[in-house]
Design a binder for this molecule. Structure first.
Ligand code: GAL
Length: 418
């Protein structure tokens, strides 16, 4: 079966990559990614193992740094040097950019054989397919509008799960009064951006999110609602510990795991860390939608693409594409990763309460039209615009810009990035 498949992908690959003499089955596959935290590395291990059993040796190119900021710098340098890896983890508008530049291999033959068109939600297809060709294989759907709370600390202060922003503040005040750091935060632009998109969605609702982030409407960017968003960001800063600057996201999660802080605003890869530490949802930690964002889902999806110029490894890269879309692998991988399967046909049977909620929320948001791309993870706006948001958000959060002045600064920064 494996052999038959590999002949198939081999042929498909030869056609797709335009090789004239056919493509020899490659045995090594260099893959760039940023999954280096405990939960991330464990989940990725399943993909590596599967490829290994198919005779492909995974050559790991891990580049630490949440949301792939550093990995993308390394990737750009390698592509510029004409030495791209065979395949890599990519997100959102970066996929579109690389595809526009002709850097990604056509994996349509694998996609068609695997029925990806039926299995994947449309918002994912909008990125994974460009100009009628499949160029990326989504393994998961993460979402960023989550709040993670240490259950013991919540019980210690007699707190309840907050449903609104005001309730969140009331809860954080309780933690503060009890001498507990309320909010574990890592002061890196993408993490500031993650908190920002949550506060924005909570404050203005899904229509405002769409106008401000997806459409970058200057009226929304410069509005009074946006001013409130920044005021709330400043308020949240008062709940950080003094050492938040530059902290990696998984170290912030570790603070919540250890009970050094009560809560974290983070995508559901944080659940991968809780679970990896042996903690159980409902019992040791609580997963709730960021207060005020219930009913909406801000998503990011990890996709794997094959690089056109890495064609010597084309065969193996096609096998990787087929594997990451395997329903069984997606079920197992996402249990560990904390995400939900990208495929809609994977049952939720083995998922824990947070995973089941994630899958249900995703389905509902898709139906209601409140499934929207995460800005911080490259699905809300192209990279230059995302960066413009980050610049203003980080400045304001660090007190270098007032909440009053921030909306106008945002209007200007976004206009400048267009
Ligand atoms: C996201 C990615 C997740 C997780 C996170 C932290 O961008 O989609 O899978 O790795 O970054 O690194």
């Amino acid at each position: 079966m494996i052999r038959r498949w590999s002949i198939l992908v081999s042929t498909a690959c030869a056609i797709a990559l335009g090789a004239s003499n056919g493509v020899r089955a490659a045995e090594d596959l260099e893959v760039i990614h940023w999954w280096t935290s405990g939960g991330e590395a464990k989940a990725l291990g399943l993909v590596k193992d599967k490829l290994q059993t198919q005779g492909v040796t995974w050559k790991d190119v891990p580049v630490a740094g949440g949301s792939g900021v550093q990995a993308m710098t390394v990737l750009r340098a390698r592509i510029a040097a004409g030495n791209p890896p065979g395949a890599g983890q990519l997100l959102g508008f970066d996929i579109v950019d690389w595809s526009d530049q002709g850097m990604l291999a056509d994996i349509s033959s694998v996609a068609e054989k695997g029925g990806w068109g039926q299995a994947l939600p449309k918002p994912l297809q909008a990125f994974a397919m460009q100009d009628g060709k499949w160029i990326a294989a989504p393994i998961d759907v993460h979402s960023t509008n989550w709040l993670w709370i240490n259950k013991k600390l919540l019980d210690r202060v007699g707190g309840k799960e907050p449903a609104t922003f005001d309730e969140l503040i009331a809860l954080f005040d309780k933690f503060k009064a009890a001498g507990i750091t309320p909010l574990a935060h890592g002061g890196q632009p993408w993490q500031d951006g993650t908190v920002f998109e949550n506060v924005l969605l909570s404050t203005g609702g899904p229509d405002f999110y769409r106008k401000a982030i997806i459409e970058q409407d200057p009226a929304a960017l410069g509005s009074d609602t946006m001013k409130t968003v920044f005021e709330r960001m400043s308020k949240l800063r008062t709940y950080f510990d003094p050492n938040f600057s530059g902290r990696d996201w998984n170290l912030a999660t570790a603070m919540v795991i250890k009970g050094d802080a009560a809560a974290q605003v983070m995508g559901d890869w944080a659940k991968g860390e809780f679970v990896n530490a042996g903690m159980k949802p409902g019992q040791d930690f609580v997963c709730i939608r960021f207060p005020g964002t219930q009913g909406s889902v801000t998503f990011n999806s990890d996709m794997f693409a094959a690089f056109e110029a890495g064609k010597a490894q084309g065969d193996a890269a096609m096998q990787l594409a087929a594997d990451v879309m395997d329903p069984d692998l997606q079920a197992k991988f996402n249990l560990i990763k904390g995400a939900v399967p990208a495929r809609l046909d994977v049952p939720d049977t083995n998922f824990d309460a947070c995973g089941k909620k994630g899958m249900k929320d995703l389905k509902e948001a898709t139906e209601k039209g409140t499934l929207m791309g995460s800005l911080a993870h490259g699905y809300g706006a192209p990279a230059g615009i995302k960066q413009a948001f980050f610049d203003v958000v980080t400045q304001e959060l660090n007190g270098q810009l007032t909440a009053d002045a921030a909306p106008k600064a945002l209007v200007d920064a976004v206009a400048g990035a267009k």
